[in-house]
Design a protein. Structure first.
Length: 278
């Protein structure tokens, strides 16, 4: 019995050592197969297989005497394929892996920077065309769609968008109240091309409203200037000179009215420049 007990540990030790040796041998054998399989996958364009084989080669790095390999070749090709498919997040992720690997080169870093510039350009083009969600989606792979400190490119685009929308909403309300000069001031503060296009019909309505005001003033002038009426032609001339000097429309209207001895009053729903009644 004692002899049998002594033999059992040796038996299990032999099995354990044999298993380890077999595993190592299998690892060496598989590692010799991998370069061939990797080359075949790369040549035939099977990029997913190429990546999988390269990852397996990286996992066998503990084997002594292992020959180096260029994993970057598969990563570059797959990243380029994903970029062409507009899978930008994955493309950038793989490109960063190339840069952080032994295969990374200055050309790889330049390609990553170029892709990042292209995404920002895509975002800006979409934004200018009126597609804010699309712009933010293009910035998401860069992590620039939104930041807690509000300093990302996406935050800037959102702020510009909200400001322009607010000016159009304000101008719409002022037009309903027939406060033409104030409405024109809000419209001229719109600096986004898509929002300017949206404001064109309202701008035409404001122009008609201002023309009507000038027409009423000219009608007064044909019957002699009324004591409480400021000359529309003089007022308009002073307003235009101030606007040319860089002053906004509403402020120009107020100051021109004051210079002519009038004051801005709410004449019904309209803003008008009138002298005090005698």
């Amino acid at each position: 019995m004692a002899l049998r007990r002594h033999r059992l540990p040796r038996f299990w030790l032999a099995i354990t050592l044999g298993s380890v040796a077999a595993a190592i041998g299998l690892g060496y054998w598989w590692e010799r197969q991998l370069p061939v399989r990797l080359e075949q996958a790369s040549t035939s364009g099977r990029l997913d297989d190429c990546l999988r084989y390269s990852e397996q080669m990286a996992a066998l790095s503990w084997l002594p005497g292992r020959s180096p390999f260029d994993r970057g070749r598969c990563l570059r090709a797959k990243a380029d394929q994903l970029w062409g498919q507009e899978n930008w997040s994955e493309a950038l992720r793989l490109q960063r892996q190339v840069i952080n690997s032994r295969a990374g080169t200055p050309a790889d870093r330049e390609r990553l920077a170029r892709w990042q510039r292209q995404l920002r350009a895509v975002a800006m083009n979409r934004f200018q065309a009126g597609d804010l969600p699309g712009a933010l989606a293009a910035l998401t792979p860069l992590g620039e769609e939104r930041q807690d400190d509000g300093r990302s490119m996406g935050d800037d685009l959102q702020e510009i968008w909200n400001r322009n929308r607010s000016q159009l909403e304000r101008a719409t309300l002022l037009v309903k109240q027939k406060r033409w000069w104030e409405a024109l001031d809000s419209l001229n503060r719109i600096d986004h091309p898509w929002w300017r296009q949206q404001s064109d019909p309202l701008r035409q309505e404001v122009k008609k409203g201002l023309d009507q005001l000038k027409g009423l003033d000219r009608e007064h002038d044909t019957h002699g200037s009324l004591p409480h009426t400021v000359s529309g032609e003089k007022l308009d001339g002073l307003v235009q000179r101030r606007i040319a000097a860089g002053m906004d429309e509403w402020q120009a209207f107020q100051e021109a009215c004051k210079e002519l001895g009038g004051r801005v009053v709410e004449a019904g729903p309209e803003s008008a420049c009138q002298r005090g009644a005698p």
